[in-house]
Ligand binder design. Structure first.
Ligand code: FAD
Ligand code: A2P
Length: 274
């Protein structure tokens, strides 16, 4: 096993400001998942749901950057990220060892399709995520505009195991008592977590729970209707493709920043999954 050098020695010292940000806290949620918060560049403006490029200096001294959804809302004075730990992943095999006080590189150019502007006005919004795909919704669930624009917000999150749901569960739980947006959230937010490979009170893939109608029955909601329902999707390529077909089956159409419609999609990562 190679000795893990502190990131501050390997990366931060060589990063040219203003792209270095300091880690303020780190939390490990499961063997393969962690979250961390960093200082926010004063000049960084973003829309809740967008992503940026972050990373560390690689062994060759060049920045090793990857796309990451900003998991914190636009009003937060820090930035939060929720990350996978890919075994032997060029970035995350190092990033998973970061400690408070160390630095990461953050390119302050936020972009993305999972933003309110890309959807036509509606009554209900569905956030559909697998795995770390919950990250942009961790931002949007804490965004006041979400509750100003919609009467109901339904967060469906599916992972293989219960432990992988924990970040989302604690986040949703904390919203009730959040001094800033707790009152706005009220009972508008409906949380529907499921597992597919471990026992849990709700099971099954998002696609199956939508097509069978189980999620509508369990939450006491009417089925999706393009006149009232909007959706944002973030998961693996296979998930995104399958859930898009389900949404289209309900009559919803894919939109974009330049052409708002009933749903928008973003990849949670590139590749086949681990
Ligand atoms: P890589 O070489 O980048 O990936 C190796 C392989 O690991 C990939 O081919 C894939 O099979 C698998 N993999 C990569 N990321 C994931 C993941 N998140 N979940 C499951 N399997 C994965 N990752 C996050 O952890 N959190 C985010 O908020 C996030 N946001 C992203 C937003 C966008 C728009 C995109 C395109 C990707 C995002 N990613 C996110 C993935 C991220 O960019 C990196 O791929 C990830 O950090 C792993 O980096 P790596 O260098 O260790 O491995
Ligand atoms: P399953 O366990 O049935 O494959 P992964 O870790 O492979 O990215 O998967 C994360 C979650 O997304 C798992 O619960 C997985 O269910 C589910 N999932 C993967 N692919 C699809 C898909 N094409 N449609 C719906 N759900 C999917």
């Amino acid at each position: 096993m190679t000795e893990q050098k502190p990131v501050s020695e390997t990366a931060a010292a060589k990063v040219t400001l203003p792209d270095a940000q300091t880690v303020t806290s780190v939390k490990h949620w499961a063997d393969n998942l962690f979250s961390f918060r960093v200082t926010r560049p004063q000049s960084l403006r973003f829309r809740s749901g967008e992503f940026v490029m972050i990373g560390l200096l690689g062994d060759n001294g060049k920045p090793l950057l990857r796309a990451y959804s900003i998991a914190s809302p636009a009003w937060d004075e820090e930035l939060e990220f929720y990350s996978i730990k890919v075994p032997d992943g060029p970035l995350t095999s190092k990033l998973q060892h970061i400690q408070p006080g160390e630095q990461i590189i953050l390119r302050p150019k936020p972009v993305g399709t999972l933003v309110h502007d890309a959807l036509l006005p509606g009554k209900r919004v569905w956030f559909l995520a697998t795995g770390t795909g919950i990250a942009p919704f961790a931002s949007l669930m804490r965004e006041p505009e979400t509750y100003e624009k919609y009467d109901e917000v339904i967060m469906m999150h599916t992972c293989r195991t219960v432990a992988e749901l924990e970040y989302g569960r604690q986040l949703v739980e904390s919203l009730k008592d959040d001094p800033l947006i707790g009152e706005l959230v009220g009972d508008k937010l409906k949380y529907y977590p499921t597992t597919t490979r471990e026992e849990f009170h709700h099971k099954g893939r998002i696609t199956d729970n939508l097509t069978s109608g189980k999620v509508f029955a369990d939450l006491g909601l009417a089925p999706m209707d393009p006149a009232t329902d909007r959706a944002m999707v973030c998961g693996s390529l296979a998930f995104n493709k399958d859930v898009m077909a389900v949404l289209e089956g309900f009559g919803l159409r894919e939109g974009a920043n330049s052409e708002p419609r009933e749903f928008v999609v973003e990849k949670a990562f590139v590749g086949d999954g681990v």
